[in-house]
Ligand binder design. Structure first.
Ligand code: ATP
Ligand code: MG
Length: 208
């Protein structure tokens, strides 16, 4: 099987995440996309709500897609979760399968700040998803990128791995913006699935 892994805080999950996963699945012929909500970091990140709520919202959002699964691997553990460890575990769970790490350009450019980035960039191939506000050319500034092919459809990483580019339908949606709207008691309709919206109101999440 060909598996995509989409990590994130999903705080909350929205249509940008879902469409990125769906377009990656179709373009790269993935059998499944595994959504991997991050655990709770020991240092409090502003606005980050409990992992169980973020996981549950991801479950609600993906329930109607048979090709999507949500993993509780990171939210179950009490120690700090590092992407390197998560990918390593997934490689152990799926030894016969081809894994791809799916992430937006913003997240890819942030990798130098992650734990053991040079190990991480050598573990699997990547699928880089375009995102409004981020330029594909900027990917070349990453210290882990060696070169781009002509049409900017693929990057070669210094590790020997490749990063396929997915020019996805531009969706200027972010969790930060959704949290801001909620703080200001504004509508979040049509930015995320109805079931996620209902869950947020039911549990009074992201309240000032
Ligand atoms: P926040 O604003 O809290 O950072 P976010 O909207 O960026 O939230 P994350 O959970 O940080 O969502 O992102 C998870 C992954 O999804 C990242 O790889 C990110 O680049 C990608 N992603 C999020 N939103 C979009 C979008 N609108 N288009 C393309 N990729 C996206
Ligand atoms: Mg983000």
């Amino acid at each position: 099987m060909r598996l995509g892994i989409l990590g994130g805080t999903f705080n909350p999950i929205h249509f940008g995440h879902l469409r990125a996963a769906e377009e990656a699945r179709e373009r790269v012929n993935l059998d499944k996309v595994i959504f991997m909500p991050s655990g709770n970091p020991p240092l409090k990140i502003v606005d980050l709500i409990d992992a169980f709520h973020r996981y549950t919202m991801a479950r609600l959002a993906t329930a109607s897609n048979v090709n999507f699964v949500v993993s509780d691997l990171e939210i179950r553990q009490t120690e700090k979760s590092y992407t390197v460890n998560t990918i390593q575990k997934l490689c152990g769970i799926y030894p016969e399968d081809k894994l791809f790490f799916v992430l937006g350009i913003d997240a890819f450019l942030d990798i130098p700040n992650w734990w053991q980035p040079d190990v991480l960039t050598g573990m699997v191939d990547f699928i880089l998803v375009t995102r409004p506000g981020f330029n594909l050319m900027d990917v070349l500034k990453s210290p882990y990128v060696l070169s781009a092919d002509d049409g900017l459809e693929q990057f070669r990483l210094k590790s020997g791995r490749k990063a396929l580019v997915l020019q996805m339908t531009p969706m200027g949606i972010s969790s930060t913006e959704i949290r801001r709207l909620l703080r200001e008691s504004k509508s979040i309709k049509y930015l995320l699935p109805d079931k996620v919206e209902e869950y947020i109101y039911q549990h009074n999440l992201y309240h000032p």
